[in-house]
Design a protein around this ligand. Structure first.
Ligand code: HAM
Length: 419
């Protein structure tokens, strides 16, 4: 029988490396909690309409990359390719938008996109995201961006950059769109690109091909075509970011891959990651709630790529969450000692001390090797004879010192000596 394998493009995180993955997720989430965001656990699949109406049919994410299937009741469902549309669906369904505003939520978990897998580009990708809904305040934009920046900093990351732009609102964007379209119509574009220019001209601005970039040198750019309100909003966002000490670069060519964005848009990039350098991104989406059938409320949020953030940490030589997994490793010698060891392990666990023991009938040598490999600070050797006297041997794994301690006292003694 052939060996079964995980699907293509799906990363797995196994111990001990998975501790780093968890640390990245926890650190980014903590940053959101410090700003008052509550955790939301969302369904991994939704009615396909949530994404078609929320993210937009013309986006690659929805039209080419979604995992869509029909369930036994003939409903069209899709694995979530991103989090914002699902959050909005949930807020509306549970009437959170009728409570106090802004609604501030954070989430973490897997998302699914049928992309061509490569280093840093996966079909099951992980994100930590936040959404702040219902208040149109530039200070809120700055808060959201600062949460991401703070999360990366807490991990120790330094080599990333933040690109910032504004793409206007439902008033000024159509005007800009027409100006851009007229400019693009005057260019010698190939048929596919010309078609894209007709459907979603902003996406053409994002074209990475050198020959297209040259043609776009003098293209009209969104921040130069903002209405007065959008310009004022954008200025206030920049002032607030500066006041918060968040460093950013204005990038008037920044285009995000999802249709719901309005006004403030941003992306975090880490150059060490090569082609897949986007470690996080987000922006405002002031029309999204209405497009899902709700009232016309504004929103802003981000999705940070947990996988890519971990890759960025590794590129900078950081080991998030590094530390001891196990503090105490118990080695029983003989059958009766095994019962005592198991009971002792339970006492350490009850006191919150990470503990493991040698299971099965391993000899002393093999068991001590396991103790060593576990990275434990202390090994406790439980011998039958000593046990009869109520004693165990405690070995300091750092310097090899060994001494006798009474079984009764060993948990308290090691706790006071420190792990
Ligand atoms: P997004 O830019 O599509 O935005 O994804 C956010 C982040 O997820 C990216 O910056 C990247 O780090 C990571 N990511 C995306 N696709 C992949 C992939 N195939 N493999 C690995 N990592 C990936 C959103 O999803 C929006 N929902 C963010 C948002 C929230 N905007 C407003 N609120």
């Amino acid at each position: 029988m052939s060996q079964l394998q995980a699907p293509r493009g799906v990363p797995e995180y196994l111990p001990p490396d998975s501790a780093e993955f968890l640390a990245v997720r926890t650190t980014l989430g903590r940053s959101a909690e410090l700003a008052g965001y509550g955790y939301i656990e969302l369904p991994v699949f939704e009615d396909t309409a949530v994404f078609v109406r929320g993210v937009g049919e013309s986006t690659d994410v929805v039209s080419k990359e979604m995992y869509t299937f029909t369930d036994r009741g003939d409903r069209s469902l899709s694995l979530r390719p991103e989090g914002t549309a699902g959050v909005m669906r949930s807020v509306l369904e549970h009437n959170l938008h009728r409570g106090s505003l802004p609604v501030k939520l954070w989430y973490a978990g897997p998302f699914f996109r049928a992309e061509r897998p490569q280093q840093g580009r996966y079909r099951q990708l992980q994100q930590v995201g936040v959404e702040a809904i219902g208040v149109d305040d530039p200070l809120l934009d700055a808060e959201v961006i600062a949460i991401a920046d703070e999360g990366y900093r807490r991990l120790g990351l330094r080599g990333y950059r933040l690109d910032l732009s504004s793409i206007g609102c439902k008033e000024c964007r159509p005007v800009y769109r027409a100006v851009l379209q007229e400019f693009l119509e005057g260019l010698p574009l190939d048929e596919a690109t010309a078609e894209r220019a007709r459907i979603n001209p902003l996406r053409v601005l994002d074209d990475k091909r050198a020959e297209i970039r040259v043609l776009l040198t003098d293209a009209p750019l969104p921040p130069d075509h903002l209405c007065d309100e959008c310009r004022e909003h954008f200025t206030r966002v920049q002032q607030a970011l500066t006041a918060l000490g968040v460093r950013y670069t204005l990038n008037p060519r920044l285009v995000r891959g999802l249709d719901y964005y309005t006004r403030t848009t941003f992306e975090f990039d880490h150059p060490a990651l090569g082609a897949q350098s986007g470690i996080g991104g987000g922006g405002r989406y002031d029309g999204l709630m209405a497009s899902l059938g709700g009232p016309d409320m504004t929103g802003i949020g981000f999705g940070l790529g947990t996988d890519r953030t971990l890759l960025a940490c590794r590129a900078e030589g950081l080991r998030p969450g590094a530390g001891r997994r196990i503090e105490v490793f118990i080695v029983p010698l003989g059958e009766r000692a095994r019962d005592a060891a198991s009971k002792l392990a339970g006492r350490f666990r009850a006191d919150g001390v990470p503990v493991d023991m040698a299971y099965g009938s391993r000899g002393l040598k093999g068991a001590m090797k396991a103790a060593d490999r576990s990275g434990a600070r202390w090994a406790i050797i439980v011998g039958e004879k000593e046990l009869a006297d109520g004693q165990v041997q405690v070995k300091d794994m750092a310097n090899g010192d060994q001494r006798s301690i009474s079984v009764e006292d060993v948990v308290g003694q090691l706790l006071t000596e420190g792990m």
